[in-house]
Design a protein around this ligand. Structure first.
Ligand SMILES: [Zn+2]
Length: 603
């Protein structure tokens, strides 16, 4: 039986799960989750059936109609895939649904925080949904769901789904998750959610905490802690305008709501495109419209990623390359060509830097790499984003923007609510742009390593000026105040990234003395400066890096700063180890894995 996706135990022969009804009891005292999952299969099935799990204890599996037990076994965990749950469905009466009860206190998707307030949230991309409930954890297995979340009544829950009702627990409704004495205990409440649109499992998401909200548009509400909600509402006030720009470019917004949830500082990504409710790190709030790039990116996923989904992680560029392209088109409409070009310039630098990172393993510089036996978190990089962007931009330059725009709209309407692979995209491209394969080396772009010769650095006056100033600084010439006075975070970030690490410690100190970059309110600028300063050998910034690493869990920052510390000196290595030991619990489990792999590689 042919494997359908190297990241799942699914065999390609059995039916997929089309719906799951979840009851989940969150125990904040023990940081554990007790649940049941009523899985509905797309067709009745008998004989063996495999599901993905990770760090789940399976208590029972039954036929929900006859209540007869279904024999099952759980394999030894594979470091990448987790454990296979093997069920033996009765041969005589094929089943179309299965009821499984389970619990976990070490889910790789779920992060419990105790201070300053109790909070719990999930991050399932790319293969962590299996550590919340047993599932077919591959993007091709799109499913609808309902969820009952039993939580402390002092908190509230939100989900990337439609909120149905908040109500008191009902005896026996959660009996497969936990006893009624817990489910219906005083001080508990149930939040009921429904998701009618089929999603890939990695988009399953919830958060529980002291969460309040503000309406900021006809279909957008900002959710956040009481201390940041007003600031967040101001920052994202332009969201409706952004959605309209997206609709003009890519077709109707199909998810009804576009709400935004600002999470605690430990949230590991800039944003996660969970449908109907995007999850965001508070570090994107900076009182600077350039911060809206992250929202533009997550919004763009509503079309490319959530409507059309990559079939496997090998096709991840279909999600991220398209979304990076779409994000820049939205930014261009709202903020102009120069802003979009700056974003492309940063992308170009990131692309070159990432190719350098993988110089010993060029497989992961391919648009479509082989992911057999690979943990996607270990090779997460900007290649699918920026090489994917470059590929689409190359096609746009070849055929012209009007033709490419028409193609993109047709692509989205043709494949929406489907999960497709790269080959399907290429076939669709060739069918709709006859002869394109004679004009662009499609195979080199998809299967080749590194950066193809017909990729292009963006041309823009502002971008070029910043690069010139950066190279002058490296030669000892400080930029004048009049040259940088108009700069916002994006310009500074590009400038700092263009300095790379080959400046003297004294130059880093002089730059900071003049422009106070280490104290910037813009996290991107602050991290870019600290990385530069530490890499150039400035011990003066160790304390600031420590403060930051104990405050934020966004993985991009952790990657940059832990790597800079671990590589700069023995003292830096020791500091990195100590900070991690003290900050570990503030990081999401996925981020913990990333820092541990940096430390084991460099320190
Ligand atoms: Zn994305």
């Amino acid at each position: 039986m042919a494997p359908v996706d190297p990241e799942t135990v699914l065999d390609g022969e059995s039916p997929l799960t089309s719906h799951v009804a979840l009851t989940l009891y969150l125990d904040f005292a023990t940081c554990s989750l007790h649940g049941s999952a009523l899985l509905t299969l797309s067709a009745a099935h008998s004989g063996p059936l495999s599901l993905d799990t990770r760090s789940l204890t399976i208590h029972s599996a039954i036929d929900p109609t006859s209540l007869s037990p279904i024999p099952f076994s759980v394999s030894q965990p594979d470091p990448v895939l987790g454990s296979r749950l093997s069920l033996s469905l009765p041969a005589e009466t094929p089943l179309s649904s299965i009821l499984i009860s389970f619990s976990t206190s070490s889910s790789s998707a779920l992060h419990f925080l105790s201070s300053p307030f109790p909070y719990a949230y999930t991050q399932c991309h790319s293969i962590h949904a299996r550590s919340l409930f047993p599932c077919h954890d591959t993007p091709a297995a799109r499913l609808r769901f309902t969820a009952l979340l039993n939580i402390p009544s002092s908190l509230s829950a939100v989900m990337a789904a439609r909120h149905h009702v908040r109500r008191h627990p009902i005896p026996s409704e959660g009996s497969l998750s936990c006893p009624d004495s817990l489910w219906c205990a005083p001080g508990r409440i149930v939040e009921h959610f429904i998701m009618d649109q089929p999603i890939p499992p990695y988009l399953f998401a919830f958060a529980v905490g002291h969460i309040v909200s503000r309406d900021i548009g006809p279909r957008t509400r900002v959710y956040a802690g009481p201390d940041v909600v007003d600031e967040a509402a101001r920052e994202f006030a332009g969201t409706e305008e952004m959605i309209r720009a997206g609709e003009k470019l890519f077709g109707p917004y199909d998810w009804e709501r576009f709400d935004l949830l600002v999470l605690p500082m430990s949230f590991p990504y800039a944003g996660m495109e969970n449908p109907r409710m995007v999850f965001l790190t508070p570090t994107v709030i900076k009182g600077d419209p350039a911060g809206a790039h992250v929202v533009a990116h997550e919004l763009a996923h509503s079309w490319t990623g959530n409507l059309i989904t990559n079939k496997t992680n090998e096709d991840f560029w279909l999600n991220e390359g398209f979304t990076t392209y779409a994000e820049r088109r939205i930014v261009e409409v709202l903020q102009g060509e120069e802003r979009a070009a700056l974003s492309m310039g940063r992308g170009w630098r990131e692309l070159n830097r990432t190719v350098e990172r993988f110089r010993d393993n060029m497989e992961f510089t391919k648009l479509k790499p082989c992911m057999q036996g690979i943990d996607p978190d270990d090779v997460y990089s900007q290649i699918p984003y920026e090489k994917g962007f470059q590929f689409l931009w190359r096609i746009e330059r070849q055929v012209g923007r009007p033709v490419f725009d028409k193609f993109t709209k047709k692509y989205i309407s043709t494949f929406k609510f489907q999960s497709i692979d790269t080959e399907t995209f290429i076939d669709f491209l060739k069918a709709n742009m006859p002869g394109i394969e004679n004009q662009i080396d499609l195979r080199l772009w998809v299967e080749g390593i590194g950066i193809p010769p017909d990729a292009m650095e963006p041309v823009s006056a502002v971008y070029n000026k910043i690069k010139t100033l950066a190279s002058e600084f490296k030669n000892g010439q400080m930029s004048g105040d009049d040259e940088v006075v108009q700069w916002n975070g994006q310009e500074w970030q590009l400038y700092l990234e263009n300095l790379s690490s080959n400046i003297d410690p004294s130059q880093a100190l002089a730059l900071d003395a003049r422009y106070r970059l280490s104290g910037s309110r813009d996290w991107e600028v602050k991290v870019a400066f600290l990385e530069l300063a530490i890499s150039s050998g400035c011990k003066e910034y160790f304390a600031e890096a420590e403060r930051l690493l104990k405050q934020v869990g966004r993985m991009r920052y952790l990657r940059l700063l832990y790597t800079a510390l671990a590589k700069c000196s023995d003292e830096g290595k020791m500091l990195a180890r100590r900070i991690y030991a003290e900050a570990r619990n503030c990081y999401h489990p996925i981020a913990q894995g990333v820092v541990e792999s940096i430390l084991s590689k460099h320190a």
